[in-house]
Design a protein around this ligand. Structure first.
Ligand SMILES: Nc1ncnc2c1ncn2[C@@H]1O[C@H](COP(=O)(O)OP(=O)(O)OP(=O)(O)O)[C@@H](O)[C@H]1O
Length: 724
């Protein structure tokens, strides 16, 4: 266990009305001084003190999203991939920029926040570690008015009550039972879940924020990794909680009433419980920490004072009218810096893999013992489980002994003694029942059939599906939830997805982003009409795909084909070794039967010494087993290779499609060129520069956004058809 204090970074919301009389920032020293004149009419926070000075781990003033991520996200995400738990959460007054920090603005790919960037980093880094196999699942949970909702569940929120429980597990830490964990194999998958969940968050409008998030939301990535090169029973597991808290707010100032007021009371209560937890943790010698007072503090138990690397972004709105909230946020942030967590890499041993290893060890030891006994002339000692025939033999010997037909029993091994005791117990019970007239007929009957070789142990061919390791899961962590629609604010605008733009507008913006160029309206017209003409010449996509494969996509296509060939070869190789292994196995079974027969004869002849013939067979079994093991290992290695090639094929397939789409759009598509003035319109955030080209990494992000938008459009249309 290593101690790790919670890191705190302050982020200011950009504003043209910066409270320069009240705030003095020293970005180098990472300090902020606050001055409130005693006679201030804006409300006195503390009439004893008018100046405060705070120091934090970092300060982000008018910082772009990329810088925010580099400082707040990168390191924690890297640790999570190593197996530490991580938490990043945004705290602050309503409207100060928490959602902007965590999720980001939807106008531009560059405005994306910590969550999409963390997803992207995770999938990028995981791809660069081929020596590990990773399983990534996501969940999204919403705490709204002290109720927990699973934003990824297919169960309607109104029916979710009682199905979700928070538990403190000694091994996995805080576990939210009953949550949906969605397996994500790509960045796009994980983003789909994020955007789907975001559209379901509970949002309302009040004076300080047009689209204020009214709930605490936790998007969690659950990561499991197994080494492909070392002992495969070791599983490293971790989770990354990305938390967007609801805003701390003063109800008077926000003009909240009715349902919004009730929400505000719940929000304030849970945040004040969080403060109590933080105070308790920062007090030395305090043994009780009131985590269970609210759902939020209980869910965040690992993150605040537990096993997690945690970073808090404290968002402030540095305008004169928000000084009270700013001071309160800075005070809370200072306390948070005193919280110390104890972190450790989470490792467990996969029980199924362990059983397999022990089984193999037992098999090897039995074989060693058999050889040892043979060489020491103790050929009759058996280490396998007793077969029904052997049990019957022991029973007969025991009966003979008890009847006086046998003076003594030759003892060979502990196993034989145990079996003898068992049989004697059976005989005793049988006699007891007979005398009391209640015969349970429990004696061992001579078996009618010999048990043949164990067919199930044969190896399957490659076409058979592998049983994937790591499909087992503990239903830990957080999940995606859907707030009860009835519990949402009545305002219809509040039901819209949380974005400053409508869906169609977002589509437009995405398109525009691709071609932001400074051109005059005349030039734009010309280019656009040239592009329209191009579009009319669009060929059939299949035909275009063939063209692409022979032109720009040739290298990619060649790579893909080469990999497919390689896969074919590996599979043929694998099939051939699998057949060899099966034939060795058959050989072992047949030789074993012969040895058993020879032993029976020897026992019948009361011959104790192993003859040469039997010895040769035993040696043959040993040699066969050796080559069986060698071949088996090469099967395992080959299977790994096949998996690798399969993964590469998947990668190249995606790449070919992505590149083709880009190529097609450039060659035949229609991307409207917009004028410089047009790019200036809209509510573009202050700190970002405009982009000339679409970032190549943006594809998964844009695709996921579009997927969710299309899905929601389709749902709306279906709903409308249903109503008609
Ligand atoms: N750093 C920033 N750059 C540009 N715009 C910002 C920034 N921070 C906040 N905003 C804008 O301010 C508005 C409010 O921000 P946001 O919704 O993120 O606040 P919040 O703290 O999550 O509020 P609430 O608690 O009410 O949900 C949004 O329109 C957002 O785009």
């Amino acid at each position: 266990m290593v101690k790790s204090t919670v890191k705190v970074v302050i982020r200011t919301r950009p504003t043209a009305n910066f409270a320069s009389k009240n705030l003095k920032l020293d970005l180098e020293k990472k300090t902020i001084e606050v001055f409130i004149p005693k006679d201030s009419t804006q409300g006195m926070i503390n009439n004893q003190q008018e100046n405060w000075k705070f120091k934090f781990d970092d300060f982000l003033h008018n910082a772009p999203q990329e810088e925010v991520y580099n400082i707040c996200g990168q390191d924690i995400v890297r640790s999570v991939i190593e197996g530490y738990n991580g938490t990043i959460f945004a705290y602050g007054q309503t409207g100060a920029g928490k959602t902007y920090t965590m999720s980001g603005g939807s106008q531009n790919y560059k405005f994306r926040g910590i969550i999409p960037r963390a997803i992207s980093q995770i999938f990028r880094e995981v791809q660069n570690k081929p020596e590990f196999s990773f399983t990534i699942k996501v969940s999204y949970v919403e705490i709204y008015n002290e109720l927990v909702y699973d934003l990824l569940s297919t169960i309607p929120p109104s029916e979710q009550a009682g199905s979700i429980m928070i538990q403190d597990d000694s091994k996995y830490g805080i576990v939210v039972k009953g949550l949906t964990l969605v397996m994500s194999t790509s960045e796009e998958d994980a983003l789909n879940q994020l955007f789907e969940g975001e559209t379901n968050r509970t949002i309302a409008e009040h004076k300080l924020n047009k689209s204020s998030t009214r709930s605490h939301c936790i998007y969690t990535l659950h990561i499991e990794s197994r080494s492909r090169v070392e002992s495969s029973e070791k599983v490293v597991f971790s989770k990354l909680n990305l938390v967007d808290l609801a805003g701390s707010e003063r109800t008077k100032k926000t003009g909240s009433e009715g349902l919004t007021l009730t929400e505000a009371n719940f929000i304030n209560k849970s945040l004040s419980y969080m403060e109590q937890v933080v105070i308790a943790l920062s007090e030395k010698g305090r043994d009780h920490v009131p985590y269970r007072q609210s759902k939020l503090t209980y869910i965040l138990k690992d993150s605040i004072g537990g096993n997690s690397k945690t970073l808090m972004v404290a968002n402030i709105w540095p305008e004169p009218e928000h000084m009270e909230e700013t001071i309160s946020t800075l005070r809370f942030a200072t306390r948070m810096m005193r919280v110390s967590n104890e972190i450790t890499i989470n490792v467990e041993l996969d029980p199924m893999q362990l059983i397999e290893r022990y089984k193999k060890e037992v098999r090897d030891l039995r074989q060693e013992l058999a050889m040892h006994d043979t060489l020491a002339n103790r050929g009759r000692v058996v280490y396998e489980s007793y077969t029904p025939e052997q049990q019957y033999q022991v029973q007969t010997i025991a009966e003979k002994f008890l009847d006086g037909g046998l003076d003594e029993i030759e003892l060979e091994s502990l196993r034989q003694i145990k079996e003898l005791m068992n049989q004697m117990k059976n005989i005793y019970k049988k006699n007891l029942a007979r005398y009391s007239g209640n015969d349970h007929k429990k004696e061992v009957r001579p078996p009618t059939n010999r048990t043949g070789p164990h067919k199930g142990s044969e190896l399957k061919n490659v076409e058979d599906k592998d049983e994937g390791v790591g499909q087992e899961e503990h239903s830990g962590g957080f999940g995606l939830g859907r707030a009860n629609p009835n519990s949402r604010p009545a305002d219809s605008s509040a039901l819209e997805p949380k974005s400053q733009f409508k869906q169609e507008e977002q589509d437009d913006i995405l398109e525009k982003k691709k071609s932001v160029k400074s051109v005059t309206p005349e030039e734009a017209k010309k280019i656009n009409s040239a592009k329209s003409a191009k579009r009319e010449r669009q060929p059939d996509k299949n035909q275009a795909f063939m063209e692409f494969k022979n032109a720009d996509g040739r290298d990619l296509d060649n790579n893909l084909n080469r990999l497919k060939e390689e896969l074919k070869e590996r599979k043929i190789e694998l099939n051939s070794i699998t057949s060899e292994v099966n034939s060795i196995k058959k050989d072992i079974d047949e030789t074993r039967e012969i040895v058993e027969k020879v032993r029976k004869h020897r026992a019948a002849d009361e011959e104790d010494i192993i003859d040469e013939e039997e010895f040769v067979y035993i040696k043959k079994i040993r040699d066969l087993k050796k080559s069986y093991r060698v071949k088996f290992d090469s099967i395992k290695a080959l299977k790994d290779e096949v998996n690798n090639v399969n993964r590469n094929i998947e990668y190249y397939r995606d790449k070919v499609i992505q590149e083709f789409e880009k190529w097609y759009e450039v060659k035949y598509g229609f991307l409207p060129v917009i004028t410089h003035e047009e790019t200036r319109t809209g509510t573009k955030p202050i700190e970002e520069k405009s982009t000339d080209d679409l970032d190549s990494d943006a594809l998964a992000y844009i695709k996921a956004k579009k997927n969710v938008q299309t899905l929601h459009k389709a749902k709306k249309t279906l709903g409308a058809i249903g109503k008609a």
